[in-house]
Design a protein around this ligand. Structure first.
Ligand code: RP5
Length: 171
C-alpha cells in the first residue's frame, strides 16, 4: 500500500482524542495510511470546509469524524464531500446520546454512517473504513478475513475457559 493517506480522522476537539485514537489504532494494525486532525464545525467552520475540500482533492477515500455534544462535524463534512463519512459520537454531558442523535439524524440525501458511542464506536469506524477500502485495495481483504477469524477464535477460547471453570466447580 502506498504511503499516501487514504483515511482522514477528524475530531472537534483535543478532548475527543482518547476516543478517536481507537480508530487510528485499527488503521495502524491494518497498515492503512491515515492523517489525523482537529477541526470544529462550530468553532472553526471555515477550516473544516477547507480541510474537507483539500482532503477530497488529495485522494483521501474515507473520512472518520468524531464529535460530542451538538455533534455537527460529521454532518457538515458529509455536506461538503461525496466521500463516505463515518461518524463517531463522543460521550458528553448527556452520556453521548446528544452526540449520537446529532450524528445519526441526517436528512435524506446526506448520509453519515453512524457508529456506537465512544471507544467501541471509534474502533468500528476504523474497521468499517478498512472494509470500504478493501473494495479497491485488494490486500486488505485477506487481512480482514484474518481479523474476523481472530474474533471467532477469541469466542471459542472464552467458551472453553468458562466451561473449564465450570468443571472446576465455579458457577
Ligand atoms: C465538540 O464539543 C467536541 O467534539 C467535543 O466533543 C465537545 C467538547 O469540546 P471541548 O469543550 O472539550 O473542547 O465540539
Amino acid at each position: 500500500m502506498s504511503g499516501k493517506s487514504l483515511v482522514a480522522i477528524i475530531m472537534g476537539s483535543e478532548s475527543d482524542l482518547p476516543v478517536m485514537e481507537e480508530a487510528a489504532q485499527i488503521l495502524k494494525e491494518f497498515n492503512v495510511p491515515y492523517e489525523i486532525t482537529i477541526s470544529s464545525a462550530h468553532r472553526s467552520p471555515e477550516r473544516t470546509v477547507e480541510y474537507v475540500r483539500q482532503a477530497t482533492e488529495k485522494g483521501i477515500e474515507v473520512i472518520i469524524a468524531g464529535a460530542g455534544g451538538a455533534a455537527h462535524l460529521p454532518g457538515v463534512i458529509a455536506a461538503h464531500t461525496i466521500l463516505p463519512v463515518i461518524g463517531v459520537p463522543i460521550e458528553s454531558s448527556l452520556l453521548g446520546f446528544d452526540s449520537l442523535l446529532s450524528i445519526v439524524q441526517m436528512p435524506a440525501g446526506v448520509p453519515v454512517a453512524t457508529m456506537a458511542i465512544g471507544k467501541a464506536g471509534a474502533r468500528n469506524a476504523g474497521i468499517l473504513a478498512v472494509q470500504i477500502l478493501a473494495g479497491k485495495h485488494e490486500g486488505l481483504k485477506e487481512k480482514l478475513n484474518n481479523f474476523k477469524q481472530s474474533l471467532k477464535a477469541k469466542v471459542v477460547e472464552q467458551a472453553n475457559k468458562i466451561s473449564k471453570d465450570g468443571a472446576g466447580g465455579k458457577t
